[in-house]
Design a protein around this ligand. Sequence first.
Ligand code: GLN
Length: 538
Amino acid sequence: MARYIFVTGGVVSSLGKGLSSASLAYLLKSQGYKVRIRKMDPYLNVDPGTMSPFQHGEVFVTDDGAETDLDLGHYERFTNITAKKSDNITTGRIYSDIIKKERKGKYLGKTVQVIPHVTDRIKEFIKGDIKNEDFVICEIGGTVGDIESLPFVEAIRQFSNEVGRQKSLFIHLTLVPFLKSSDEIKTKPTQHSVKELRSLGIQPDIVICRSQKPIPLDQRKKISLFCNVSIDNVIETVDVRTIYEAPISFYNEKIDKQVLKFFKLKPRKKVNLIPWKKITKSVLNNKKIVNIAIIGKYVNLKDAYKSLDEALIHGGISNNVKINLIRIESDNLKSNQIKKLLKNISGILIPGGFGKRGTEGKISAINFARKKKIPFFGICFGMQMAVIEFARNVLKIKKAGSSELDKKCYPVIGLLNEWNKDGKLIKGTNKELGGTMRLGLYEAKLRHNSLIKKIYNSSTIFERHRHRYEVNINLKDKFESKGMIFSGISPDGKLPEIIELKNHPWFVGVQFHPEFKSRPLTPHPLFSSFIKAAKFYK
Ligand code: GLN
């Protein structure tokens, strides 16, 4: 039977619960255990798909087409365990399921309540879709004490009672601040946070203390005493130099050892930290710098393109270079500034996006990349913008556009209303915007003698999608006669998936999001190839 590890957070948000959970999952997996890692989000959106990246950061897409929290991206990148729809739930999803059931009369005669109905649904999520996992790590979003997270905390308390305390472990991550003025490390916020958790019926077994500086023994003892946790289970996590150091740092702090000890287990194999050591060394020591411009609408928000930033770093690792990301807000990009702004750039990337704002700036930058033969990588919306640029300036279709942005344009990018996946019709109309895009893993066939086929070294690929609009296949011959090749197409021949330019060293647009499948230990070939081209540009 699976053992359950619940990770909560206290004091402040953004302490790195996701990274801590992912590092622990890696350490347990590396010691021969089968691990599953999931996230519960206390907000009322059914999924993060309809939230602005300004609110929530990136929306991470799974193989099976779920729009999920970006922490699932960390989990996949650190553990290489493919995340599923069943690994992320929100309060919105829980309530929507319950209300649907209520309307169908499934609770006939009963009052539907937070306890037991909401907590039961949470418990169902925790143990659902588990086969022969040894560990299920569940992270609870938000901070203990928030109104929103109360039903989740209550549900894990009940769950632990039901499966038995010896099968469930509680980890609480808190902040241990350092006060510069008094040159002191403060344990009080941690004491209060654990007190709050205990008032909800949960005694943590392990406390992870996030701190700027190593925590002296005296303070550890204090935390141990006030939080009722053995001193060995007070784990410190000092800021790491790169996130790839996190599994090494947690191993040095013996978190995996304490977890296994709690469950009375022994490692099945020796942990392998060599890949993380290599990556850390490479990230910290690479001297050659490659400047890559990301031109998008949400560039000022750190987490808006999380997987993309990571995938570019992975591409840098595989080419032994350091990536210097230059984030350019597309809204402010006037065509007369482009030359100046992109002066020392060796590669231009236009990421996914929605809506009209900033599109003309992106199109001008693509024009510059095409003409100056600067390596260019267009992802999803970025590919669509490259097609529009080419249609307007090479094919001379002046009104070329996307029906997403302008209903009166000449639609080189158009709306396809219905998606068929696994025999199921997914509606893509304008009426309902949540969960109605072409989402998840789809196949593409790659053309012989194309750059893309050389990059993938395969004629069939599977990549993750998240979009509603498609390049108009009827224009294929027109584009190809002028040098824009549709080098990847869906197996039914209807949907262009990849475009590339014949007379350009590296100009690729993809309708999917390759960044979701890049891993630090196995960088995605498209990112490795793009960075390689950028490295040798100029
Ligand atoms: N807005 C575009 C579409 O829906 C592109 C989406 C994206 O870049 N993910 O087709």
